[in-house]
Design a protein around this ligand. Structure first.
Ligand code: ZN
Ligand code: ZN
Length: 353
């Protein structure tokens, strides 16, 4: 029989439950469920007991798929944990339960009815921390997704022509992502000229004249894993200010990549880029955090942001994306995806910058 490729993560999760002296936990978040079983299902709940036993709860529609993809899993009806009837699990009463604070209030009330007399402790952050460290198979999938993203970026640039709108250019990228991968990991951002001063600009009908800079933030999804990269098409004759800003952002990106290593906090990594840009007099124009983990979700732990205490560990992914935004004028962001290794980091975005 096939083995659960996420068995180690599941065992670590059961360990967390024992540490927190919980009897069991219910996991509803789709990405969390997937990270513990490999199964992507929009109506599922895992019941994980402190002894490591696990039951996958879903409805009739998904049972054959679960049997096929994960024959090691015991499957039961989701109404038992998401319904209003008391839950029965052998003779053991489950009185100390872990749950995700992100569930809806209605769901929480159902849980209170399903586990009468139980107290509930939030374990959402624990699962997310466990999936911040990727398995070898997940790291391979991230590398493959990011490599495809590089290839699509290189091909897209050849198809960009003056006279195209931001929407046209975004469509070129979207089509390539559907042809070559599993579509977009998030809505592609294309910013012509001063539109790049808005960090999350939605592509509109602005026409590219072929001489303005273009900022593109894109990520293709492949095999259930996301990728993420930002690049800028720099005009042949950029303004003095653009050149200066580009140089500073690139230097901040390089310094953070050189500094990224296990043992440091995600907050300290953010600080490397932030201190440099602040010392250059542009601190206020770097209004977002340095980066985020990428995996099943496009944004996940670790969060490379001010004061974040999560310690970087080998196997974590994190983006390094400093940016400077001068309202009404210009914007530059350079984003690479890196994997934390035993000694530093491996940059898996290979497009020229
Ligand atoms: Zn991005
Ligand atoms: Zn990003």
């Amino acid at each position: 029989m096939k083995k659960n490729p996420f068995a180690a993560r599941l065992a670590a999760f059961a360990g967390v439950l024992r540490e927190k002296q919980l009897d069991a936990a219910v996991v509803f978040n789709q990405a969390n469920v997937r990270s513990l079983t490999g199964i992507d299902c929009d109506n599922a709940c895992l019941l994980v007991k402190a002894d490591g036993t696990v039951v996958f709860h879903t409805d009739f529609r998904y049972v054959p798929m679960v049997h096929r993809v994960a024959p090691w899993l015991k499957v039961d009806d989701i109404k038992k944990v998401g319904g209003a009837r008391p839950f029965r699990s052998g003779r053991a009463k489950l009185l100390k339960m872990g749950y995700e604070s992100s569930v809806t209030h209605a769901r929480f009330m159902q849980l209170e009815k399903a586990f009468p007399g139980a107290t509930f402790a939030d374990i959402d952050a624990n699962v997310k921390e466990l999936r911040a460290v990727k398995t070898a198979d997940e790291l391979a999938k991230l590398r493959a997704a990011e490599a495809l993203n590089d290839a699509i970026w290189s091909e897209a640039q050849k198809k960009f022509k003056p006279g195209m709108t931001e929407k046209d250019m975004a469509r070129v990228i979207q089509h390539l992502m559907i042809e070559r991968g599993d579509g977009e990991a998030f809505e592609t951002i294309v910013c012509v000229g001063k539109n790049a001063a808005e960090c999350h600009h939605v592509p509109d009908d602005t026409v590219w004249n072929g001489r303005e800079p273009v900022l593109v933030d894109m990520g293709v999804k492949l095999d259930g894993y996301c990728s993420d990269m930002t690049r800028n098409m720099v005009p042949a004759r950029p303004s003095k200010l653009y050149k200066k800003v580009y140089g500073l952002v690139l230097e901040a990106n390089r310094r953070a990549i050189a500094a990224a290593k296990p043992g440091m906090t995600a907050g300290a990594l953010d600080k490397v880029a932030r201190d440099f840009l602040t010392q250059e007099g542009f601190g206020k124009a770097f209004g977002h955090s340095l980066g985020h983990g990428v995996g099943i979700e496009i944004h996940e732990a670790p969060w490379a942001a001010r004061k974040q205490k999560m310690v970087l560990r080998p196997g974590m992914s994190v983006t390094i994306e400093p940016g400077l935004y001068l309202e009404g004028n210009l914007g530059v962001r350079i984003e690479d995806l890196v994997l934390i290794t035993e000694t530093g980091c491996e940059v898996i975005s290979h497009s020229a910058k």
